[in-house]
Design a protein around this ligand. Structure first.
Ligand code: TRP
Length: 333
């Protein structure tokens, strides 16, 4: 089914607390690629342990992440969904690529600088070499396109540099991947500070609406959303809060900004916020129901993981043979 298609790869952190920003900006559109590309979506649990994790939590969140992506519509028959640690080649290629990555390059990664500032008591070597493991994730599958957020652009550039360097030494081995930053059609901002992006790690729970938030929490968060002192539901200077609510409403309802302005002309902020909250909660209800159903069926989730791992291991083994041969590792049958 995946034969001869170009490859899309993306890594997703095992976190069950994705926001409506993740949903509208990325996950909802993932399926669109699967006609044209062979898409691999990998739950990157090896990346997760660069910061200390509670083992039971990490295990649970691995299932949850898979279930959540599937509940959002990712079809395991049409995409390869798998868990990173089920494919040992990630760690193996990660090590090899470490030897083709410069200390200076890794030192320049802004995410490393941020994360080591935040985890000053645990600046481990994995945190430092994380971008090489990410490069291995991508290069293992001869990936052409990597959908990522802007925060991952620098890591993707490094993956391209590593691929080019390796190809330069040994001849064509890896496809040099392109990043794909989804168009900002649905850029969802914080409900508390509407000039800032909605972030799943925001400490203020009222600022973020999560895909799995219960209906009453969703409605309450929208009710408390920061707006302005005016009373008109329209776009404009100083109306970031209202504009954000309008784009969320638009993204869930399929209505344009103009249509929304007409629909709510003459209505107050309170009514509008309630309408946004209800529309969002209604749209997420089927996703949540499907998530609950999947989480009760661990055996099925494990079957999906197993099939995904088989497909990924097969693809990875082809790249690995090539790599081992090129660098002079003896292969025995
Ligand atoms: N580093 C990415 C993040 O934090 C996750 C990730 C790991 C990834 N490996 C990847 C993304 C490969 C794209 C491709 O979001």
């Amino acid at each position: 089914m995946f034969k001869d298609k170009k490859v899309v790869f993306s890594g997703v952190q095992p976190s069950g607390s994705l926001t409506i920003g993740n949903y509208l900006g990325a996950i909802k559109n993932f399926n669109a690629f699967s006609e044209e590309y062979h898409c691999l979506y990998c739950v990157v649990n090896e990346h997760a342990i660069t910061v200390r994790q509670n083992p039971a939590e990490l295990r649970k969140r691995t299932y949850e992440t898979l279930a959540l992506y599937m509940a959002c519509g990712l079809d395991p028959e049409k995409n390869t969904l798998f868990v990173q640690s089920h494919v040992p080649a990630h760690a193996e290629l990660g090590w090899i690529l470490d030897c083709y990555t410069m200390f200076g390059e890794l030192s320049r990664m802004t995410q490393f600088k941020d994360k080591s500032a935040k985890n000053a008591d645990n600046i481990n070597a994995g945190l430092f070499t994380y971008p090489t493991l990410m490069a291995a994730d991508i290069l293992l599958y001869q990936t052409e396109m990597v959908p990522v957020g802007v925060d991952q652009k620098q890591h993707l550039e490094l993956a391209r540099d590593i691929a080019e360097r390796f190809n330069g030494i040994y001849g064509d081995t890896f496809v040099v991947p392109e990043g794909y930053i989804p168009p900002a059609t649905a850029k969802i901002m914080s409900l508390a500070e509407p000039t800032k992006k909605m972030s799943k790690s925001d400490e203020n729970e009222n600022a973020v609406v999560r895909i799995l938030d219960p209906r009453d929490a969703i409605i309450r968060k929208f009710k408390r959303a920061v707006t302005d002192s005016g009373n008109e539901i329209r776009r404009g200077e100083g109306k970031d809060g209202i504009e954000n609510l309008m784009s969320i409403y638009g993204a869930f309802s399929g209505k344009t900004m103009e249509e929304i302005e007409t629909e709510f002309a003459g209505m107050g902020y309170g009514d509008f916020k309630l309408a946004v909250g209800e529309t969002c909660a209604d749209a997420l209800a089927p996703v949540q129901a499907e998530f609950d159903r999947l989480m009760k069926d661990k055996a099925y989730l494990e079957t999906v993981m197993k099939n995904g791992a088989d497909q990924a291991n097969y693809m990875a083994s082809r790249t690995m043979s090539k790599v081992r041969r090129k660098i002079g590792f003896v292969e025995i049958k």
